[in-house]
Ligand binder design. Structure first.
Ligand code: PRX
Length: 678
């Protein structure tokens, strides 16, 4: 185990010495058109109107039946929202827009190859495609309400079409990021108990058409090892009519969707009347212990929350062209590429490839061509685009009214480039802090109502009451200049309902730490523990410092140190493994791995490469360590605990602190020597 206390301390010290930034005010042109200019919202969503305030979000949706109870707290911390209400997410994101906006673009799909045409999928076409695919899922696969289906789909239009087809039937989708390995996908198939896997033959990344179908074969075997046998694997073709993977199809198990679809032409599927409390999807994420866990998100609460925050914080109007450059394989994409924007009837852009392919001007060409006016991305992408083409944005005639940053802390200097160069000084920026577990934004400024402060997310969004606690459960008040653990005092509709198959973990990880009374059914006794360090400034803004647990945020992707370590331990020569997070100019943080070997084994570059490869195979290339250090022994406490803090200091050239209490202090010098030689 790492020592979270000492990690927090370092971050806290850093934060306290961090200069307070000055405000930037939203442009008048933005305010003039903004969805939310009424300061009364803060009072409407204040504690005395809680939880009924959330009706304002739920009323953005079309309900078959209104709810009877807004919030049921009878089984803490498994809160239930909009109890008794009925709705369908697919209906809300597609059907209901037909009357007025049938011919409007719902999804602009931008292929990575620049010579391939952009697809503009109207709401009408989306409706047809979702219906036909839903009919296929129902009739060919026998899928029905409550079944789980794993999706391992890349960023093409078939991904949201598949999600919405599942939602239409009440089938719970579980999309696994396409960059995850076949093994990682197989584990998630098994954990969710999926009978069907939906994948694609191939997709483009950095100019290469990748064989994606081969990962399905690995996923199938991995799930089988875990006693879950997939009945069918559905394969979408990247180029309809042409199978473009090298890996052959498995007879009787793999089916090409594009070949099957003609049978369902013209079919329409009545959307299922789902309960507000029925699950809509699962999304896996990494935690401190064990394997990734699936956050189960609800239909009514989740959809209300993402629609409400898309309107107020993202300022999405039905006339906007909105581009979030995340991958739909992450929660950001679910909430703010698919469900939020489509619930509001906007045009949402999805881009298949990497941002700087073939060059750093690509995003700005896309923005110009499509008339994108809302742009949403991560600090990692901003840093990379800035490094590769600091003057590129100037060359293009796009205009953003609004920009978002999400996923990691953004350095004020990077923020200013985003504001001045990408946004041309014309756009309001929101720095949105939240998590996979949360469904939607937790902290951010309301863009027309509050000034921006580079590097700070802002106060809690309407209806969210954050608080910073110290390790002893005492509140660290605003303006104290001290870091602590950020928590949310109240329930909110976007919060996951549970961890799929492991409700105890929900309680243990997020609520036990600061629960005031485990017997209480009053939500005030159950603050949600986010796992992030934060500083609460005197103006009420929160600056998020990063994880205080064993989670590393690499380029905005969440990875558990334990997951990477277990992957390293699959290499037979490895005796012990410890991961530390080190700063990286582009990715924010990257993992470095320390391993010690079994007796009698000597390490070399080839072994280090094999260890890296094992991590890619077990998890994904995004988890690949920047460096694998093969060390004679791990620095350990007398009780045998590996001191990751000491390793972290060695990796960054920092001060290893007091090492005299270690069981083997000598090894620290040996490792320092090794690391300094590179
Ligand atoms: O550490 C916080 C960081 O990302 C973590 C959540 O990661 P994930 O569940 O993958 O969701 C990412 C997208 C919502 C948080 O615990 N994080 C997220 N947003 C910010 C952030 N750190 C600083 N500033 C943010 N705006």
């Amino acid at each position: 185990m790492s020592d979270p206390k000492s990690d927090t301390l370092t971050e806290a010290q850093l934060a306290v010495h961090w200069k307070e930034e000055s405000y930037y005010y939203p442009p008048a042109s933005f305010i003039a058109q903004a969805n939310m200019t009424d300061g009364g919202i803060l009072e409407r969503f204040g504690e005395k109107n809680f939880p009924e305030c959330y009706k304002e979000y739920a009323d953005l949706l079309t309900w078959y039946k209104y709810w009877e109870k807004t919030l049921d707290t009878s089984n803490p911390p498994f809160w239930k929202w909009f109890v008794g209400g009925e709705l369908n997410a697919s209906y809300n994101c597609v059907d209901r827009h037909l009357a007025e906006n049938r011919n409007k673009t719902a999804i602009h799909f931008v292929p990575e190859p620049e010579n391939e045409h952009i697809q503009h999928i109207t709401y009408q076409e989306l409706w047809v495609r979702v219906n036909e695919f839903a009919a296929l899922l129902r009739d060919f696969c026998g899928l029905k309400r409550g079944d789980r289906v794993t999706l391992h789909l890349p960023m093409t239009a078939e991904l949201p079409i598949t999600m919405l087809a599942c939602a239409r039937l009440g089938v719970i989708h579980s999309q696994v990021f396409s960059g995850f390995s076949g093994q990682a996908c197989g584990e998630r198939v098994a954990d969710s108990g999926s009978r069907v896997l939906i994948t694609a033959d191939s997709y483009y990344r950095s100019g290469i058409l990748l064989d994606h179908k081969k990962l399905a074969d690995i996923a199938f075997d991995k799930a089988k090892e875990e006693k879950v046998v997939l009945e069918k694997v559905l394969v979408w073709q990247r180029h309809p009519g042409k199978y473009s993977a090298q890996t052959p199809l498995v007879q009787g198990r793999d089916f090409v969707v594009n070949d099957l679809l003609p049978k369902y032409r013209g079919q329409r599927v009545e959307p299922e009347r789902m309960k507000a409390t029925d699950p809509l999807f699962l999304m896996y994420t990494s935690g401190s212990t064990g394997r990734p866990k699936a956050c189960q998100h609800s239909t009514g609460g989740y959809l209300s929350y993402v629609a409400g925050t898309s309107r107020i914080i993202q300022d999405i109007h039905p006339t906007d062209v909105y581009w979030c450059m995340a991958d739909i394989g992450w929660i950001t994409g679910h909430s703010y590429i698919v469900y939020g924007p489509l619930a509001l009837g906007a045009s949402t852009v999805m881009y298949e490839g990497v941002p700087n392919y073939p060059d750093a001007g690509r995003p700005w060409r896309i923005a110009e061509e499509l008339g994108v006016n809302i742009f949403h991305t991560s600090p990692t992408a901003i840093r990379a685009l800035r490094r590769a083409g600091p003057d590129e944005p100037k060359k293009y005639h796009y205009h953003f009214k609004h920009m978002t940053t999400v996923g990691e802390p953004i350095e004020p200097e990077v923020w200013r480039w985003y504001y001045n160069v990408v946004g041309k000084g014309e756009a309001a920026i929101v720095d949105t802090w939240w998590q996979t577990e949360n469904g939607g934004f937790l902290c951010s400024t309301i863009p027309a109502l509050a000034p921006m402060k580079p590097g700070s997310a802002g106060p809690g969004v309407p209806g969210i009451y954050p608080i910073v606690y110290d390790d002893d459960g005492k509140e660290v008040p605003a303006g104290a200049g001290k870091a602590g653990n950020i928590c949310i005092r109240n329930p909110w509709p976007g919060l996951m309902q549970t961890i799929w198959g492991d409700p105890d973990r929900m309680t243990a990880v997020y609520f036990e730490r600061y629960c005031k009374n485990k017997k209480s059914k009053d939500w005030h006794d159950w603050p949600y523990f986010a796992g992030d360090g934060a500083v609460h400034a005197a103006d009420g803004y929160f600056r998020i410092l990063g994880r205080i647990d064993d989670v590393i945020n690499v380029a905005g992707h969440r990875l558990g140190t334990k997951e990477i370590e277990s992957a390293a331990l699959t290499v037979p020569e490895v005796a012990e493994a410890a991961v530390v997070a080190v700063p990286d100019e582009i990715k924010g943080r990257v993992p470095e791995l320390y391993v010690s070997l079994k007796p009698g084994v000597t390490g070399d570059e080839a072994l280090a490469r094999r260890i890296s490869k094992a991590i890619e195979t077990e998890i994904s290339p995004i988890a690949r360590p920047r460096k694998v250090w093969i060390v004679p022994d791990m620095p350990k406490t007398r009780s045998g605990k590996i001191m990751r803090r000491v390793l972290g200091a060695l990796s960054t050239g920092g001060n290893a602190g007091d090492i005299t209490t270690l069981a083997n202090p000598d090894v620290v010098e040996k490792i320092r020597d090794l690391v300094s030689r590179g």
